[in-house]
Structure formats: structure tokens, C-alpha cells
Design a protein around this ligand. Structure first.
Ligand SMILES: *[C@@H]1O[C@H](CO)[C@@H](O)[C@H](O)[C@H]1NC(C)=O
Ligand SMILES: *[C@@H]1O[C@H](CO)[C@@H](O)[C@H](O)[C@H]1NC(C)=O
Ligand SMILES: *[C@@H]1O[C@H](CO)[C@@H](O)[C@H](O)[C@H]1NC(C)=O
Ligand SMILES: *[C@@H]1O[C@H](CO)[C@@H](O)[C@H](O)[C@H]1NC(C)=O
Ligand SMILES: *[C@@H]1O[C@H](CO)[C@@H](O)[C@H](O)[C@H]1NC(C)=O
Ligand SMILES: CC(=O)N[C@H]1CO[C@H](CO)[C@@H](O)[C@@H]1O
Length: 505
């Protein structure tokens, strides 16, 4: 997302804003926050506040295997990676940042908590881009047939291949390896250690969902608890607004009012349940995106969006001077549209699906939306549905709405039960909550809805959980900030100490 060559950070920043606004103007049909994933990926890039030098240039491992599970298929492709050896001292460890469901951003090569750990432990840092994301294209397009090599299992095998290659090329034959990742790549980090314990000596698995599940209705439950840190009023107001929306939907006049108040791009067709489902999904999405990244010290989309917090949204919901509950809900929507330079809110289901059907590498869906959707349908589920009773965002996006999207986007019999079978496979393969690992740490934030799928209690003395009160998704991976709470500061120290312990044994 950022300009790799930018020597002048100011110019880099302007380009960044420009790229962001172009993307939001051309991609609005895919929601800002789709299946828990914002554009760019779930682990947004950290702020480049301090760094003034060049970023490391991209490198390629051009012998990566396409299909690790078919001995008759010897095709290869080029995988992108980055290196920072500035802190390396002879015999020091190898740090491996695992790319997730987005472009591997080289800003991570100079910033973030793991770079501080590298300084402390004299490590050489590698970041490997995940197959099918960013510039790592194993196949010529994203047709369903070509997506068959996109899976977490193939991605882990890529890492095993990469490690072997990298040990030779950089002459690091026996150095210890610690893997890192956040969100989905945090899961990969834990799973790498579980599946290849002889390859990695320890793993940091931040905000890692370890339990695959079709109906992730708990997501909105955590959103509600997180909003409740400002008091109960916020969810009550949302509930009243939602009820009013349902009553307005009953007649033409009300639907027209909703179109104006919420700056909808199109008129509401009362008979189109999929549009209505999408509309309610997007309205909940206004809150989900902000909660998931509340006060995270990151820059992604964020140069514009990160100063909007739970306090901002709940402040509006509690502000009588803004008007009725519905008007306040509309004001939140307008604030987010403005923040992301969107003129109107797209909720047309067919437009979204047709965008996500595009298979060209240069299409907007190839930014990751299509690939991540595929992975959720084929491996993980994690559908943020409205099926939890105790939440105020309505009942219009039940889990089968997400299953229908899988079927419509990939024109395949992705029924909820077919997807469930895929999910069961993943849990069997990785061990679910019963995962057996040592030397893995599982940090999670209490505000982050994803923690509901994570490991929150120590598995053993050797596989501890760190539950950080008051922080959001992947907070501990971002550069330290003076605003960080004590628990967050302490978590970074604990992680560094664990790494030290793992390296010493
Ligand atoms: C590695 O990161 C440090 C810290 O940001 C930076 O000073 C250094 O230039 C980076 N080295 C390379 C080779 O990019
Ligand atoms: C966020 O920051 C931008 C730019 O610094 C500013 O224009 C905007 O008003 C701020 N929004 C809020 C809700 O504080
Ligand atoms: C994407 O690439 C295809 C062919 O590879 C081309 O026909 C199309 O115009 C390109 N679209 C964009 C938006 O660049
Ligand atoms: C989901 O299931 C409900 C209840 O069975 C049904 O009314 C609705 O039409 C279904 N929605 C989709 C998108 O399949
Ligand atoms: C988390 O932090 C909040 C606010 O600082 C505090 O009220 C609450 O008791 C804390 N919870 C735990 C479990 O420490
Ligand atoms: C809410 C929760 O599960 N908290 C647990 C998080 O992990 C720590 C261990 O670091 C446990 O002590 C908490 O009970």
C-alpha cells in the first residue's frame, strides 16, 4: 500500500493517502470491513512516525512449489519476501514474520514491536508474503479452479520450503527461528510451530483465531461489551435506531427517508432481502471496524481513520443535540463515509457479488477480498452474523446470508453444511482448542472481537496466554506509544522475555 521507494516520508504519506482514496472510490461495493477483514488485511501497517530511511527492497524466492501435496506436480512460482539484517550478530536468531491475507507491507521491516525484539536479541528479520496476496501470484488469475492451491496448509508448507532456502542463501544453517504473525497470520504462526516443531523454535501468535467456526455470532457480542466500556447507553441507542429502521422499511416514504439519512447510493427495494441484509451488515460494520482497531497504534487507512474510536462513536450515539437515536446512527454513518471519502453507501448485493467475482489480478477484488472470502468459505467460516440475540444491530444477516455469498461469488454449492464440513476439516487438521504446542505465546486484546476465537488461558507453562485488558486487534505488534496502557506495555516485555527464554534453551 505504501511507496517502497519513498525517501521523503512526507511524499510517501501523500501517496499513501492518494492510493487510499483511489481505492475507496473504486472499491466501494466491497464493504470497508468484509468478513472481519478491512482492505489491506487484518494486520494493518504500523505508523511510520520515526523512520526516515529507505525501506528494504523486495526479494524473490523463485523456486517455491505450487502444490506441496502432489508429488506429480513440480510447477513452481516466485514468492516475495523482505530482509532486515541490521541488528544481526553472528549466531543470532532468525525472526520470521508470516504474511497474512493482504500485501506484505515493507514498513513492518523497520517498525513494530518485533523490530524492537530483533534489536534486543540480535536477530535477522525476514517477512514472507502469503501466496495469492500482494505480489505473490502462484497462478495466472483468481478463477475458482486456480484458487485450489490457496490454503493455510499450502501456505505453511511454503514457509517450510522458504526456511530451507533462506538458511542456505543467507548462510544461517543452524540459527534458531522464532515466527511472528497477527490475526490469521498469528494462527499460521502457532500452526507452523505445531506442524513443523523441528523448523521453528518458538512462535508469537497475536490475536490468533485458533478455533474455526461457521457462525461467528460471538463477534457482535464482543462488540457490545466493548461499546459498554463507555456505558450501556450506546447499545441502547443503537437498538432504538435499528428498531426505527425496521419500521421505516415498511413503506415507500420511510425507505426514501432512510436513503437520504444514510446517504445510500441507491433506493431501497423492499423485496430484495439480500440488499436489506447487506444494508444492516454495513451499518453494523461502521461499529465493527472501529471496535476491532480501537486506539491501535497503526496507520492503515488510518492516517484518516484511526482517530475515530469507540468513544467517538458512542459520544455521537449519546449526544441529544444530534437528534433522535436514528439521526445519531445516521451521523455515525456519515462520519465514516466522510472519513473514507465515500460519497454514498453502497449496499447493493449484486454489485458487491459481481465485484468479488472478478478474477483478474488487477481487479479491485484481488486486493485480497476475493481470496480471503475463498479461504473463509473453504477453510474457516468465521461469519460475523446477526444470530446472537443480545446485540442491537438487527436480525437481518443470519449466518446463511454469508453462506449464500460463498455460493454466489464462486458459483459453487457452498451450502452452510458444505462449508461446515470444510471447517471441521480445518479443526481436525490443526487441533482446534486442543492444539498441542510448546513455546508459543498467545496475546489477545479484550476489546478485539476476534479474541472470542482465540486462546485466552495458558495451555501450559510453555504455551501461555496474555490477555490484555483494554486493547484491540494485534495491539501488541504495533510500535510502542506513550498512550499505551500499562498492560499493553507489560505484554511487550513479557513477549520479549519469553523469546529470550526460548532462545536460551
Ligand atoms: C532495519 O530496521 C532498522 C530500524 O527501523 C532500520 O534502522 C534499518 O535501516 C533497517 N535495515 C534495513 C536493511 O532496512
Ligand atoms: C480526525 O483527524 C482528522 C485529520 O486530522 C480531522 O479532520 C477529523 O476531524 C478528526 N476526526 C475526529 C472524529 O476527531
Ligand atoms: C486488467 O487486465 C486485463 C487483461 O489482463 C485488461 O483487459 C484490463 O483492462 C485490466 N483492467 C484494469 C482496470 O487495469
Ligand atoms: C436464511 O434462512 C432463513 C430462515 O430459514 C430464511 O428465511 C432466509 O431466506 C435464508 N436466507 C438466505 C440468504 O438464504
Ligand atoms: C480492565 O480495565 C478496566 C478499565 O481500566 C477496569 O475497570 C477493569 O476492572 C479491568 N478488568 C480486569 C479483568 O482487569
Ligand atoms: C478472560 C480470560 O480468559 N482471561 C485469561 C487470559 O489469560 C490469562 C493468562 O495469561 C488468564 O489468567 C486469564 O484468566
Amino acid at each position: 500500500m505504501t511507496n517502497k521507494m519513498a525517501a521523503a516520508p512526507v511524499r510517501c504519506f501523500q501517496n499513501f493517502l492518494l492510493i487510499i482514496s483511489v481505492i475507496t472510490l473504486t472499491q466501494a461495493w466491497i464493504p470497508r470491513n468484509f468478513r472481519g477483514r478491512p482492505k489491506g488485511g487484518m494486520l494493518g501497517a504500523p505508523k511510520t512516525t520515526k523512520y526516515r530511511g529507505d525501506l528494504p527492497s523486495e526479494m524473490w524466492f523463485n523456486q517455491q512449489r505450487l502444490d506441496h501435496f502432489n508429488g506429480a506436480d513440480l510447477r513452481t512460482w516466485s514468492q516475495r519476501y523482505f530482509v532486515n539484517d541490521t541488528f544481526y550478530k553472528d549466531g543470532g536468531p532468525i525472526f520470521l514474520m508470516i504474511g497474512g491475507e493482504g500485501t506484505a507491507d515493507p514498513i513492518w521491516m523497520v517498525e513494530g514491536a518485533w523490530i524492537d525484539y530483533a534489536r534486543q536479541h540480535s536477530a535477522i528479520c525476514f517477512m514472507v508474503e502469503h501466496r495469492y496476496y500482494g505480489k505473490s501470484h502462484p497462478v495466472k488469475d483468481l478463477s475458482l479452479d486456480n484458487l485450489k492451491y490457496l490454503s493455510s496448509r499450502q501456505a505453511l508448507a511454503d514457509l517450510a520450503y522458504f526456511v530451507q532456502f533462506m538458511r542456505q542463501k543467507f548462510n544461517l544453517p543452524t540459527n534458531k527461528i522464532i515466527s511472528f504473525g497477527g490475526s490469521y497470520s498469528g494462527s499460521l504462526s502457532a500452526w507452523l510451530r505445531a506442524k513443523y516443531p523441528f523448523l521453528v523454535d518458538g512462535a508469537v501468535a497475536t490475536s490468533a483465531p485458533i478455533h474455526a467456526q461457521l457462525n461467528f455470532k460471538e463477534y457482535l457480542g464482543v462488540v457490545v461489551s466493548s461499546l459498554a466500556t463507555t456505558g450501556d447507553q450506546c447499545s441502547i441507542e443503537i437498538y432504538i435506531a435499528t428498531k426505527t429502521i425496521y419500521s421505516y422499511l415498511q413503506d415507500d416514504d420511510g425507505r426514501k427517508k432512510l436513503k437520504d439519512m444514510f446517504y445510500l447510493c441507491d433506493s431501497i427495494d423492499a423485496n430484495n432481502q439480500m440488499d436489506i441484509a447487506n444494508l444492516f451488515t454495513n451499518l453494523a460494520g461502521n461499529f465493527e471496524g472501529v471496535v476491532q482497531y480501537n486506539k491501535d497504534n497503526r496507520a492503515f487507512e488510518g492516517a484518516v481513520g484511526t482517530n475515530i474510536t469507540i468513544d467517538t462513536l458512542c459520544g455521537i450515539m449519546g449526544d441529544e443535540s444530534v437528534g433522535t437515536s436514528l439521526q445519531r446512527y445516521a451521523a455515525v454513518n456519515k462520519l465514516l463515509l466522510d472519513t473514507y471519502s465515500q460519497k454514498c453507501m453502497d449496499f447493493k448485493y449484486d454489485k458487491m457479488i459481481s465485484d468479488l467475482k472478478k478474477t483478474d489480478w488487477n481487479s479491485s477484488a484481488s486486493e485480497g477480498g476475493r481470496q480471503w472470502t475463498y479461504q473463509t468459505c473453504a477453510e474457516f467460516g468465521w461469519f460475523q452474523s446477526s444470530d446472537l440475540v443480545e446485540q442491537p444491530f438487527g436480525i437481518s444477516f443470519p449466518v446463511n446470508f454469508s453462506c449464500s455469498q460463498c455460493a454466489d461469488i464462486f458459483e459453487k454449492e457452498f451450502t452452510c453444511s458444505a462449508i461446515s464440513a470444510n471447517i471441521d476439516d480445518s479443526n481436525r487438521y490443526y487441533g482446534d482448542y486442543g492444539i498441542k504446542v510448546t513455546k508459543v505465546v498467545f496475546p489477545n486484546g479484550s476489546i478485539d472481537p476476534w479474541h472470542a476465537m482465540g486462546i485466552l488461558h495458558d495451555l501450559s507453562e510453555d504455551a501461555p496466554a496474555i490477555y490484555i485488558n483494554g486493547t484491540a486487534h494485534c495491539a501488541n505488534m504495533y510500535p510502542a506509544s506513550p498512550d499505551d496502557n500499562e498492560e499493553l506495555k507489560q505484554s511487550r516485555i513479557t513477549i520479549s522475555n519469553l523469546i529470550g527464554k526460548w532462545l536460551a534453551t
